[in-house]
Design a protein around this ligand. Structure first.
Ligand code: AKG
Ligand code: FE2
Length: 344
C-alpha cells in the first residue's frame, strides 16, 4: 500500500468487536502506517463524544481568562511540567520565530508525599488548576476524566501495536503499568495576514519525544504532516471526534527505527482561533526500552543501547524553550538555530 495522502482514518471499533477478520485488517493497516510515517487517525474508539466536547469547551474557557490570571499559573514555577505556557515560549523548528500558541499542561495528580514526587521522577507532581475560572471544579473533573480515558485508549492502541509486530497482545503491559503521560491543551491564535510565511509557526516542524501521541483537533485546520516521498506537507483536516495517532521518538528507537516518528507542524492561516489537545504517552518511567522483538533481521545488531523511558523522554524539549529565549534576546543577530526537536 502506498500512502501519499494525509493519515488514513481507521475504524478502531474492530478492536472492541468480535469480527476476527476486521481485527486482523485493522492490525495490518496500522502496521503499514507505522512503517510508512507512524501516523494514522482513528474513529470508533470508546472515548465519549460528550467528554471530548466538554474537554474542548474547558480548553476554550481556560484560554479566555485574562492574561494576568493565566500568568499566575505559569509552568515555569514548577519543575514537573504542569500549568500554563505563554505565547512564544517555544521554537521547535530551526530558524523560525517564537511559536504562536499558548498551552496548559496536565498530568497525573501526584501528591508531594508520593515517591515519584519525592524522587523527582519524570513529570511527577501535583497539577496546577485555574481556580479563578468559573466552574473551576468542573474543569478539574473533566480534565481528569478525559486524562484517564486517554490512558485507556493509549493502552488499547499499544495492544494493537504489539500485534502489528506479531507480539502477544499483552506484550506492553509492564510498559503501561504506572505509565506517565501529559495532556496538553493548546490554543493557536490566527496568524496575522502580514506575518512572514517563512518563519511564522503555530508549532514548528518537530517529532514527538514519547512513545505514542493521541491528538484531538477542534474544527479548525492547520496541522500538517510531512510526506517524505514527495517532499510535501499534507493537511490533516479535522474529522469530528477522531484522534490523530502518531509514534514518538522513543517508539522509533525501541523498534530499531523500523517504525517511524515523523515530522509534523501547525500553521494557522485559517483566520480563526484553533484549539487542539494532544496527549503524550511516555510509559512507565523505569521501563527499559531495548530493541523490540521482530524489529531486526537475523544477525542484524540493535542500533541503540537500552535506555529507560525516563532517560529517553526527559530533556530535549527544554532546549526548545531555551531557543525561544535566545531568539527574543538576539538583537541584529541571526536567530539561534536549533536542530529539529520534539515535544514531551
Ligand atoms: O496542535 C496540533 O495539532 C499538534 C500539536 C503537536 O504536534 C504537539 O503538541 O506536539
Ligand atoms: Fe507534536
Amino acid at each position: 500500500m502506498t500512502i501519499a495522502s494525509a493519515p488514513p482514518i481507521l475504524d478502531f471499533s474492530a478492536f472492541y468487536g468480535s469480527d476476527e477478520q476486521a481485527k486482523a485488517s485493522l492490525v495490518a493497516t496500522v502496521r503499514e502506517c507505522c512503517l510508512h510515517n507512524g501516523f494514522f487517525q482513528i474513529i470508533g474508539h470508546d472515548v465519549p463524544a460528550q467528554l471530548q466536547e466538554s474537554m474542548l469547551k474547558c480548553t476554550k474557557q481556560l484560554f479566555a481568562l485574562p492574561q494576568k490570571e493565566k500568568d499566575e499559573l505559569l509552568k515555569d514555577k514548577n519543575t514537573w511540567n504542569r500549568g500554563y505556557e505563554k505565547i512564544g515560549s517555544q521554537i521547535l523548528e530551526a530558524g523560525t520565530a517564537p511559536e504562536l500558541k499558548e498551552g496548559f499542561y496536565i498530568g497525573e495528580e501526584i501528591p508531594e508525599n508520593h515517591p515519584y514526587f519525592v524522587n523527582k521522577r519524570l513529570n511527577s507532581g501535583p497539577n496546577v488548576w485555574p481556580n479563578t475560572l468559573a466552574h473551576s471544579e468542573q474543569f478539574k473533573d473533566v480534565s481528569m476524566a478525559y486524562y484517564k480515558s486517554m490512558h485507556r485508549l493509549a493502552r488499547d492502541i499499544l495492544t494493537v501495536l504489539a500485534q502489528t509486530l506479531d507480539l502477544d497482545p499483552a506484550y506492553f503491559q509492564n510498559f503501561t503499568n504506572d505509565a506517565v503521560a501529559t495532556l496538553r491543551l493548546l490554543h493557536y491564535p490566527p496568524q496575522t495576514p502580514d506575518s512572514d510565511e517563512k518563519i511564522s509557526r503555530g508549532i514548528g516542524a518537530h517529532t514527538d519525544f514519547g512513545s505514542v501521541t493521541l491528538l484531538l483537533q477542534d474544527e479548525v485546520d492547520g496541522l500538517q504532516v510531512y510526506e517524505k516521498s514527495t517532499d510535501e506537507w499534507l493537511d490533516v483536516k479535522p474529522t469530528k471526534g477522531a484522534y490523530v495517532v502518531n509514534l514518538g521518538n522513543a517508539f522509533m528507537r525501541w523498534s530499531n527505527d523500523k517504525y517511524i516518528s515523523n515530522l509534523h507542524r501547525v500553521i494557522n492561516k485559517s483566520g480563526k482561533e484553533r484549539y487542539s489537545i494532544p496527549f503524550f504517552y511516555s510509559g512507565n518511567p523505569d521501563y527499559i526500552i531495548d530493541c523490540l522483538p521482530n524489529c531486526r533481521d537475523a544477525g542484524e545488531a540493535a542500533k541503540y543501547e537500552p535506555i529507560t523511558v525516563e532517560q529517553a523522554v526527559r530533556g530535549a524539549y527544554i532546549r526548545s524553550y531555551g531557543a525561544a529565549e535566545s531568539f527574543k534576546k538576539s538583537v541584529n543577530t541571526t536567530p539561534q538555530r536549533l536542530a529539529t526537536a520534539g515535544t514531551v
